[in-house]
Design a protein around this ligand. Structure first.
Ligand SMILES: N[C@@H](CCC(=O)N[C@@H](CS)C(=O)NCC(=O)O)C(=O)O
Length: 224
């Protein structure tokens, strides 16, 4: 589905008549990308309400939606939720049960395992590494932070590499929200052509999932 950005002021206005559409608050060039990708995979109509991660996310009207002052957040017909991986998991369970969302309790537990693993084991060092080595303007990069973060990657990346020795996707069958969640953490490294040559299975998996039609549609929102 095509994202239809809503004017921020109108979208955040408390008196506005609530649309029956999923509202995704945030900027595509942020963790909001994860939610946009999930919505695209699920074929959901949505509005991407533009909130930037600077001033926009600290305005009172947005703090009423996410008191943490961070993007993304959603309003799903009155149900408000923040934390990107919780949002993608919620949307997958609501709209993709048995497909994007796993059907069995063990797979549901494995999804939780990989969500937490991604958020605690790789997200911070990946962001620090990719930002300070590739993304920030050269004068803003901190080489010490990049080097220290890079040194933290081999252990968790080795775990992921070994995991793909005998499976194509994280839960072992088809593409699921577990792939989207963990893959979206690695998107920036992949997109910025960070050196992933030590982890060829991970690289091949990223190539597969990030070129899915829904991923390409979501990527267009941030790469254009
Ligand atoms: N754990 C949160 C992190 C959200 C987050 O830090 N988002 C960034 C943008 S990618 C942000 O809003 N930064 C603004 C700030 O930290 O003040 C999630 O996954 O949703």
């Amino acid at each position: 589905m095509i994202a239809r950005p809503a004017p921020a002021a109108a979208a955040l206005s408390p008196g506005r008549i609530r649309a029956m559409t999923l509202r995704i608050y945030g900027a595509p060039r942020s963790r909001t990308f994860r939610v946009l990708w999930a919505a695209e995979e699920l074929g959901l109509p949505y509005e991407n309400v533009p909130v930037d991660f600077g001033e926009g996310s600290k305005k009172p009207e947005f703090l009423a939606i996410n008191p943490n002052g961070r993007i993304p957040a959603i309003d799903d017909e009155g149900f408000v939720l923040f934390e990107s991986l919780a949002i993608t998991t919620y949307l997958a369970k609501k709209h993709g049960a048995g497909k994007l969302y796993p059907a069995s309790l063990p797979d549901e537990a494995r999804l939780a395992q990989w969500n937490l693993w991604g958020a605690t084991e790789i997200e911070t060092p990946l962001i620090q590494y990719v930002s300070n080595r590739y993304v920030l303007p050269p004068e803003k990069r901190n080489e010490t932070v990049a080097t220290e973060a890079e040194a933290k990657l081999p252990r968790p990346m080795g775990v992921l590499e070994a995991h793909f020795a005998d499976r194509q996707h994280i839960l072992g069958g088809d593409f699921t929200i577990a792939d989207l969640n963990v893959g979206s953490l690695l998107y920036s490294a992949w997109f910025n052509k960070a050196d992933l040559s030590r982890w060829p299975q991970v690289r091949a998996w990223l190539e597969r999932i990030l070129t899915r039609p829904a991923a390409v549609r979501a990527r267009k929102l941030r790469e254009s």
